[in-house]
Design a protein around this ligand. Structure first.
Ligand SMILES: CC(C)(COP(=O)(O)OP(=O)(O)OC[C@H]1O[C@@H](n2cnc3c(N)ncnc32)[C@H](O)[C@@H]1OP(=O)(O)O)[C@@H](O)C(=O)NCCC(=O)NCCS
Length: 183
């Protein structure tokens, strides 16, 4: 895990600059509000964890060598979570790959925060991880337009559309696979 916070020039009006910081297990309720919000997490498996279970889970994630979890702040306000995960050990066709994830509290969405946070995290993944990452992949349910727009806006390119790779309300739905290569 990086020792320094990652700080963006991007300013959320009234709150301050976007930064990525280490998760704080003692403040698990901040992130738990996001992962237990069914509207926010409609396109993901919402866990049935209790807050206490989630609090114990955070330190485990922080020790996992295949993941870098971050909490997103605007100034000193907690606004969301993001992570680099599933970092591959072995290079594949396009090199060493990782996945990314991001979710913002509903009240802080549509302010440009996720874009700023993901830019920081992508820069970290491509330039500071050792050994470096060559590609970042995402797998997004087609219905999740905000997320797809965000990914394409960051330079991800669609690879395939799978007609039943997503799951929403127990139903298989189309999902888009996209990739970002280190330049
Ligand atoms: C997807 C999500 C992280 C976007 O966060 P955000 O901070 O609102 O996004 P930003 O304000 O940085 O917007 C960046 C771009 O994303 C797209 N976007 C964001 N919200 C959108 C919306 N409601 N509808 C369509 N496009 C949207 C746009 O392209 C936007 O660029 P623009 O403002 O120039 O049009 C947020 O909606 C969220 O937390 N959703 C629930 C969890 C989730 O689906 N996560 C995705 C997993 S990777």
């Amino acid at each position: 895990m990086t020792t320094a916070d990652l700080k963006s020039e991007f300013l959320v009006e009234g709150l301050g600059n976007v930064s990525l910081r280490k998760p704080i297990p003692e403040q698990a309720e901040l992130a738990f509000g996001i992962i237990s919000n069914e509207t926010n997490m409609r396109f993901f498996m919402v866990s049935n964890w209790t807050l206490d279970e989630y609090r114990k889970f955070i330190p485990k994630v922080m020790k996992d060598r295949k993941r870098y979890p971050f909490w997103i702040y605007a100034g000193e306000t907690f606004v969301g979570i993001c992570q680099i995960w599933k970092i591959s050990n072995k290079p594949k066709k396009y090199g060493r790959n990782a996945y990314i994830f991001c979710a913002l509290s509903p009240e802080y969405q549509k302010m440009g925060t996720a874009r700023a946070a993901l830019k920081l995290m992508i820069e970290f993944a491509f330039n500071e991880l050792n050994p470096p990452i060559d590609t970042i992949r995402v797998h997004i349910i087609e219905e999740n337009r905000p997320s797809l727009n965000l990914a394409f806006g960051l330079g991800f390119k669609k690879t395939i559309r799978h007609k039943s790779a997503g799951l929403v309300d127990g139903q298989k739905v189309p999902a888009i696979y996209a990739i970002l290569r280190r330049t």
